[in-house]
Design a protein around this ligand. Structure first.
Ligand code: ADP
Ligand code: MG
Length: 470
């Protein structure tokens, strides 16, 4: 569903809850910035509206959005100051919406921004060459994109990027387009998928009106076409693209393309076109190595404001099987799930998600037993807590008074009490002969802290999960 239509549906459903006045004052000109990775990002024009919406309507919006699209797990709000004076094509005019209850017509994007076909639009805000991690494998391609940004149409023209699914081709194309536009605001930069190009041609032909289409594309300074393998066996579109390509190329305009294979393997495509594609720079995006994969995951965590244990990220990176997109998907899934359960992702929870997706249970570096733990004894609980915090068992139950030991020790006592219903005396005996009042005090301390310490709640939930309890 189109983002704007989706947002209008949400707002209409919110109307009975929030009322007309609130909708008009706080939601006018709001937009959906992006809907990716199960996160819905909403753009609001003023900080005050953002705070208000967040406090009052966050939960309602999440509920409504999830009813419309169950893959959404999280909603975030962003202040986009440009929304007030510059009409964004996706921004919703609440007055019109409530008045007519029919969607408003999309405006043509202004020339200051890269023109992007609908679905991809959100990504332009997200993808940059800075957040593409080149690693050693893709250093060349990254450098080529930077060179094109510096001098579009000059070197590496056309630039042809090819490689497997989910390895960053779209990211690179959009990021490059975005940066060219930023550095050269007067240039006309257009990003589109080959599919979209084909559909537009078919449309134009149907309306017997191909002239504006042709002019539109031959007037550009930079054309980025994604997934050109789709031109195969589409003679008319291919022909049209060929002309567009030649005109732009002859005029020294920059062309960047991506495909799933090198030019010579583009079956079903005219030889002339194939050799044209190969005239400039042809580079393959490669599957990133472990270190790069790890760095990508760490960056994703930062983007989502999540702190996840290094070993969990290493585990995902080590068990990744091809597409970076899938790998990121697992991380996002784990984050979303842990948010729902109010825990923090662990190797175990990640392995469970991967197991469900790949139907395999053979993992590299899996130290935990995927079979549910059954904690029966006090020692079982001590073992799980000591593994979780990486504190030696004897230190955990010993005398040391460091804060980073005391808290796990108190948590451990609390869990034994709660899960196994052991007496304070027994727990005390197993913790180096401590007095039962000390144990009581420790348990109460945790109970009290659980009222408002979110970090502790997450830890305890994760520990219970480790024990196969929650
Ligand atoms: P493709 O178009 O090749 O199928 P995408 O460009 O859609 O792949 O990439 C899939 C996802 O992986 C995107 O979220 C992209 O940001 C991410 N990604 C892939 N490679 C990298 C990388 N080297 N650094 C950062 N993110 C990456
Ligand atoms: Mg792509």
């Amino acid at each position: 569903m189109d983002k704007k239509v989706f947002w209008e549906k949400v707002l209409l459903a919110l109307l009975p809850v929030a009322g007309k006045a609130h909708l008009l004052s706080f939601f006018n000109n709001t937009i959906i910035v992006s809907m990716t990775d199960s996160v819905l990002v909403i753009g609001v024009s003023l900080p005050v509206s953002k705070n208000f919406i967040q406090e009052r309507y966050h939960r309602h919006i999440l509920e409504i959005a999830r009813n419309l699209d169950p893959t959404i797990h999280e909603i975030r709000f962003e202040v986009l100051s440009g929304l007030v004076d510059e009409k964004h094509p996706d921004s919703v005019n609440v007055q019109n919406l409530i008045g007519s209850q029919t969607p408003t017509i999309r405006k043509v994007p202004n020339r200051q921004e890269v023109i992007i076909d609908g679905e991809m639009r959100s990504n332009i805000m997200k993808y940059s060459l800075d957040n593409f991690i080149p690693g050693t494998e893709n250093r060349l391609i990254h450098a080529a994109c930077l060179a094109v940004v510096a001098k579009p149409g000059n070197i590496y023209n056309p630039l042809y990027i090819y490689g497997g699914v989910g390895l960053g081709k779209t990211h690179l194309l959009q990021a490059t387009g975005n940066q060219i536009q930023k550095n050269h605001p007067n240039k006309r930069v257009v990003y589109m998928t080959a599919e979209k190009f084909i559909n537009e041609i078919i449309d134009a032909i149907g309306k017997r009106h191909t002239k504006p289409f042709k002019e539109n594309y031959r007037n550009l300074d930079c054309l980025l076409v994604d997934d050109i393998q789709f031109f195969a066996n589409k003679a008319t579109s291919e022909q049209e693209f060929f002309h567009t390509f030649n005109e732009l190329y002859d005029a020294g305009k920059q062309i960047i393309m991506s495909a799933d294979r090198p030019p010579r393997e583009l079956d079903g495509l005219d030889d002339r076109l194939r050799s044209r594609f190969a005239m400039g720079m042809v580079i393959e995006v490669c599957v990133p190595e472990f270190e790069t994969r790890f760095a990508i995951l760490r960056q994703k965590c930062q983007e989502h404001g999540e702190i996840i244990e290094r070993e969990v990220l290493e585990f995902i990176a080590a068990n990744f099987t091809g597409s970076v997109r899938d790998m990121i998907g697992i991380l996002i899934n784990a984050i979303a799930l842990s948010k729902l359960d109010n825990t923090t992702p662990t190797i175990r929870s990640v392995a469970e998600i991967m197991g469900k997706l790949n139907k395999t249970s053979q993992f590299v570096g899996l130290k935990v037993d995927l079979q549910k733990h059954s904690v029966r004894t006090l020692e079982d609980v001590i073992k799980v807590v000591s593994d979780y915090y990486k504190i030696d068992r004897n230190i955990l139950i010993g005398e040391e008074r460091r804060r980073e030991i005391i808290i796990p020790r108190q948590i451990c006592m609390y869990l034994i009490r709660e899960i196994l219903d052991q007496s304070y005396e027994t727990i005390g005996e197993n913790f180096g002969g401590r007095n039962h009042t000390t144990v009581l005090h420790s348990c109460n301390k945790i109970i009290n802290q659980l009222k408002d310490d979110n970090r502790l709640i997450r830890d305890i939930n994760a520990l219970k999960r480790e024990m196969g309890i929650s």
